[in-house]
Structures are given as C-alpha cells and as structure tokens.
Design a protein around this ligand. Structure first.
Ligand code: FES
Length: 500
C-alpha cells in the first residue's frame, strides 16, 4: 500500500515493513513559519506512528526533515538516509534523536525488511539532496522529491528499472525571481518562463523514464505571513498547484497527462483521484488560505517573537563567520570573483561588504560589488549564529536582492548554501579540477564543431540540448550558451566548443 500524506511524504506498507518518507507535519510549518504545507496535512490520521519501522529522509530541508515530528517516533523506528559527505544534517539528527540512523552509500541497495531502498545522491551543485528508489511488492517507486537528476542519473535508472511510480517536484522552491527588483512585466515573464521550464523538465523526465504513473510532488508550499501572503495569489508565479500542472499537461500533452495522479493528503495511489481537482484548495484558494492563515496566526506570532532583535553592529560577527569559510575555499572564492554588499536594516542599520577576492569583510566605502542583499539585522544575526542556513533564509523570501550585471553566480550561491569546508572541497574538486571532457559533434550555421558534452553546471547532457536563437540550451536547468563561442548568457560559465 502506498499512501500520500502531503508535500513529499509517502507512507508505504508491505506485509512486514512500514516506511514513511520525508516527514513534514509540523503546525509551525518550516523556516520560522514562513512556509506551510499546501494543502494542510497536519490533521491526518497518525495511528501508524507507533508501529513504524523506518523513516527515509532525502535531505536536510525542514520541509523534508521535520525534527519535531521525528522526536515523537517510537525509539525502535530507524532513520535511513543517503551517506552524504557533509555530516551536518546527520549530526543534527543524532543530536536530537535516540533512534538508530542508517547511512546508505550512493546507488547501493539496502534492505528495509522486504523493501529495497537505493539512494541516489545529487551531484554537488551547492546543495545536498538525494533521490530514493524503492522496490516494493514487485513495483518500482522513483522518488526524486527536490533532487535534480542529471542525464547520467536518468540513464543509470533506465538501465536498471522499469518505473511504476515517478514522484518529482514540479513547482518552484526558490527565491528567484520573486525577491529581485524587477518591474511587473519582467517579473511576470521570468515567473512564466520558470514555471514552463519546470514543466518541461517533468516532461523530459517522464519521457526518459516512461513511468506508469507520475505524481506531482513536494510542493508548492503556501505563505501565510503578512509580508509574503500576496505571493500565493500572483497571476503568474513560480508556485503552481498540482491542478495547474495537470491542466497544462491535459491541454498540451494529453497522452502524458493520462499518467498523472493528483493526490490529496490521505489518498492511496490507485484511488480514483479526479474529484481532487474540485478540492477547495484549488477551486477557492483565497477562501481556503484565509481560513488557514487564521488558524496559524498564533503560531506565526510566536515564531516571529523568538527571533532576537539586533540593535548593534554585526560587522565583527560577519568577520568571525566569513573569514574561516573564505580561507577554507580559495578556488571557490576566486571563482566567485567579486564582492557582495549587505544592506542591513532594522534597529541598527549598516552596510557591510564581503570581498571574496581579497577575502575581507569591511564596512562599505563605495567599493565595487556585483550582488546586493537587503537583509534585516535580526535575520543576518540568526544566520551568523548558525540558527538558520543561508538557504533556509533565502527560502523565507523575506529579503530583496539585486545583481550587477543581472547574472546568476552559482559559485556565490554554493558558498553561502554549503557554508562548510568539507562540502567546499567536494564542490571545488567537482567544478574546478581539469578533467578530460567528452565531446560530441555539433552542427551550427552549416559548420561542424566539437562541443563539450556535459554542462559545466551539473552535467546536463548538451548533446540533447536544442539550439534556439543561436544558443544551445541545456536540457537540465535551461542554461543557454552562445554559439559558437560557448559563453553562457546568464553567468560566467563556458562550454568548450572547437571548430573542426
Ligand atoms: S546542468 Fe544545470 S543548466 Fe546544465
């Protein structure tokens, strides 16, 4: 039996094994109550909890790893996760739980009773994540949750499995472009492009793996705090609902839409699900969220009151935080290649500049910078005291950002999101070591070229990329590289392209 329990949670039961994946049931939501489950899954039937054998967790994000819930588990329930190089998240589990924690190596099958579990770790992109492949009662469940598989990952799965159920995030779970200072038209276009691109990724993965069923999964969240409540209702945004993606596929890819199952918390796979499209959360989002917001008002107030207000300079704390990290990652800092300005607001206002080239942290004095964050002192302090990661803070959407030029700097994001010397080393080895590149033949404007096969971002297969308007587009995350020079149009990455 496979039951959907909301967001990225599955309950799976065989004759003698029961498993829950990526639990998120907290009435406090996640990320200091800036995110909430949509639809609300906090009042489902939890009668299975005492007899639960395993909890499988894909990664450390709070909306997949609800520590308060895990503390309620029977001590005999085992926690299972991929064996990541960075131990921050496993240590967090160990510090909070008495339960045995099992770490399973990448692409290694481990038996959980009569269920086989195989984790697939995402290649280092500045965030640790893993897919979970289950073999259960003769069926294969590939649960990608938020993990972004490369073409090599998809090939690996295709070679080994006939997939029955594919579960994958289709909705944005990111702050781009919503926190950036764009005018309404540009914001609309960027949100639409991002939404359509996410749909395209789902289409690609379905075409590659040809599962019997696809379950839209792992989002979106909803935003119930006053500052971000409007995001739920933007005409075009990066958080489409399950009904939105189903309707899009029904109209544009009708045969693929036949594979869809739109489930509500508590539904089992195989149940007749079409009535779910009439659920109030889809048909009357305004009314549904208004009631939900009222139910969470006291929780949000309490969460906000617990974040310490700051009425002093955070400059010294920034030095203490950034200096050791910058010194542990010289190649990463060199590749970030510039400075970031923090406009700190709140009870103590100041401007702090983090210079990654010279590895210094100073008060701003008109230096050049290429990224700028408007951040409240209380949030910056929360991060500097390691009460929240940068990524968790970014996910709150409670800040503004600007870039000069308007280009993504993935190395900066990796620096902030990883914030750990061991993970930096893994990232640096992956991105900056000179490896012999596999090349493929490319024709452009009637001329023949050899082109680097795997994308410098995360090894998307460029030989499957389309050429649009003089650019080759990576099929994995849509980065575009000009032809024939190979320069990425949105960041400094470059594809090796040689004329033959
Ligand atoms: S792998 Fe991410 S854009 Fe190519």
């Amino acid at each position: 039996m496979i039951q959907y329990l909301g967001h990225a949670v599955l309950y799976m039961k065989t004759k003698n094994t029961s498993i829950v994946t990526d639990p998120w049931f907290s009435k406090k939501g996640a990320y200091e109550s800036t995110w909430f489950q949509y639809p609300d899954n906090t009042d489902i039937d939890f009668s299975w909890i005492d007899g639960l054998n395993y909890v499988c967790i894909s990664h450390e994000h709070e909306d997949h790893c609800d520590i308060e819930f895990l503390k309620k588990l029977n001590p005999s329930t085992k926690i299972v996760t991929a064996n990541f190089i960075n131990k921050r998240y496993v240590n967090l589990l160990k510090d909070n739980l008495v339960n045995e924690i099992i770490e399973v190596d990448d692409r290694t099958t481990f038996e959980l009773g009569d269920v086989k579990y195989t984790p697939m770790i995402q290649i280092p992109m500045g965030q640790e994540d893993s897919a979970m492949i289950f073999e259960m009662n003769g069926e294969i469940i590939v649960n990608f949750n938020d993990m972004k598989p490369s073409q090599k990952d998809l090939d690996w799965i295709k070679k080994r499995y006939e997939v029955d159920y594919l579960l994958k995030q289709y909705s944005g779970a990111s702050w781009y472009p919503l926190v950036y200072d764009y005018d309404d038209d540009k914001m609309y276009d960027l949100c639409r492009d991002k939404r359509l691109f996410k749909y395209q990724v789902i289409l690609n993965v379905i075409n590659e793996l040809n599962p019997k069923f696809y379950i839209p999964f792992a989002g979106p969240p909803c935003f119930l705090q006053n500052d971000t409540y409007h995001i739920n209702f933007l005409v075009e945004n990066t958080f489409p609902s399950e009904a939105d993606i189903y309707n899009f596929f029904k109209e544009n890819h009708p045969s693929i839409s036949e594979k869809f199952m739109v489930l509500m918390p508590g539904d089992s796979v195989g149940d007749d699900w079409k009535d779910n499209l009439q659920h109030e959360c889809f048909t009357d989002k305004v009314g549904y969220l208004k009631k939900y917001k009222d139910r969470r008002e006291h929780v949000i107030k309490e969460a906000l009151s617990k974040i310490e207000k700051v009425d002093y300079s955070l400059w010294r704390k920034c030095i203490k935080y950034f200096y050791p990290l910058m010194r542990s990652a010289p190649r990463l800092c060199e590749n970030i290649g510039g400075s970031v300005l923090l406009n700190v607001s709140g009870n103590y206002e100041e401007k702090i500049i983090i210079d990654f080239v010279n590895k210094t942290v100073k008060h701003f004095n008109d230096e050049e910078y290429f990224y700028e964050f408007d951040i409240q002192g209380k949030w910056l302090n929360h991060i500097l005291e390691n009460k929240m990661t940068w990524e968790e803070f970014f996910l709150t959407l409670g800040f503004k950002a600007r870039r000069k030029p308007d280009m993504y700097n993935e190395h900066l994001m990796a620096f902030l999101k990883l914030a750990d010397p061991v993970s930096y080393k893994e990232y640096e080895d992956f991105h900056f070591d000179e490896l012999e590149e596999e090349m493929f033949d490319l024709k452009f404007n009637g001329k023949d070229y050899k082109c680097q096969r795997y994308c410098p971002h995360a090894k998307g297969d460029m030989s499957k990329g389309k050429i649009i308007d003089g650019k080759i587009v990576c099929p994995t995350h849509n980065w575009k590289f000009s032809l024939p020079d190979g320069q990425c149009v949105t960041n400094k990455s470059k594809l090796i392209i040689e004329a033959i």
